[in-house]
Design a protein around this ligand. Structure first.
Ligand code: ATP
Ligand code: MG
Length: 269
């Protein structure tokens, strides 16, 4: 089994997070070994995004979910780094506003789905509506429990509209989260990230783990797969996400559009 297969959540199978080691680095030993591979992958990602933009037929939606300090921001820097900002945008989903809450839960999400030719990254997503909402009982179970199917139907609509959805769960251990929170207290350049609310949320680690396992079990589909990314080592997290992105981009078998004009007959005056 190759790395991509190991990290993908098989549709229809029960997912247990304990089956993925957050410390895993697969066959790679250290960051130095990963650097030249990352350079090559960055070049591939840049070319594939150029092709997606030129082809102007399909779009890519990358969904990022993680526990606090899971590395969403660092991942966005790496994933977007090689891309042309003209064709790649990020949307971060925070606590919903009153207006957003007055609508169905997918209303605020659907408007940020990418247009043809574009890559869009969701920093948090519609999955919060079956994660924090469930853990904190923000709506009754009778409502959130229906959302798994609603999400699958929504993502199917996107897939059938040529929007290719790829979902990453950045998997860190509870002790790695503690280490990263501690850095936010100790490192003056990270103090601004320290959030007492995040420290409190650690109490719900087990509840979030169960909620994530249900998400992975019920919403990894052939048309919008979930990947569990071992994320204790930032370099391995970046390497594996880059590899998966290249793999998913290549699945699209994109082609440059036919030129509108017969270029052999065009003369530059
Ligand atoms: P960072 O802390 O790195 O800036 P973040 O994504 O944690 O990024 P915050 O503003 O700290 O951003 O947190 C956003 C909060 O909004 C999270 O606690 C998240 O769970 C919450 N949230 C997002 N979507 C929903 C939702 N649909 N319902 C309730 N809470 C939500
Ligand atoms: Mg936060």
């Amino acid at each position: 089994m190759n790395l991509i297969e190991k990290l993908m959540v098989k549709p229809g199978h029960k997912a247990k997070l304990a089956d993925w080691d957050p410390d895993c680095t697969d066959k790679y030993e250290n960051k130095e070994q990963a650097i030249p591979i990352m350079d090559k992958l960055a070049g591939r990602i840049a070319k594939l995004q150029y092709l997606l933009f030129a082809e102007n037929k399909r779009a890519i939606l990358v969904v990022l979910q993680a526990m606090d300090a899971g590395g969403k921001d660092g991942t966005i820097r790496t994933v977007m780094g090689p891309m042309n900002p003209q064709g790649c945008k990020v949307t971060s989903f925070k606590k919903p506003t009153d207006e957003e809450l007055a609508h169905d839960f997918l209303w605020r999400v659907h408007r940020f789905v990418p247009r043809r030719g574009e890559v869009r990254i969701f920093n948090r997503s519609h999955y919060e509506d079956v994660l924090i909402v469930r853990v904190h009982n923000l709506v009754p179970k009778s409502i959130w429990s229906r959302r798994f199917e609603q999400i699958n139907n929504f993502e199917k609509l996107l897939a059938e509209s040529d929007i290719h959805v790829i979902k990453f769960f950045l998997h860190i251990s509870k002790s790695e989260q503690k280490k990263r929170f501690k850095e936010r207290l100790d490192d003056p350049t990270k103090n601004w990230k320290a959030e007492p609310g995040d420290f409190e949320e650690r109490k719900y680690w087990e509840e979030y783990t169960r909620a994530y396992e249900d998400v992975l079990t019920r919403c990894s589909t052939d048309y919008a797969p979930w990947y569990v990314i071992p994320a204790n080592h930032k370099w391995f997290r970046n390497l594996s996400i880059s590899q998966i992105l290249v793999h998913e981009f290549e699945k699209l078998k994109m082609k440059f559009p036919e030129p509108i004009y017969d270029v052999s007959k065009l003369k530059i005056k």
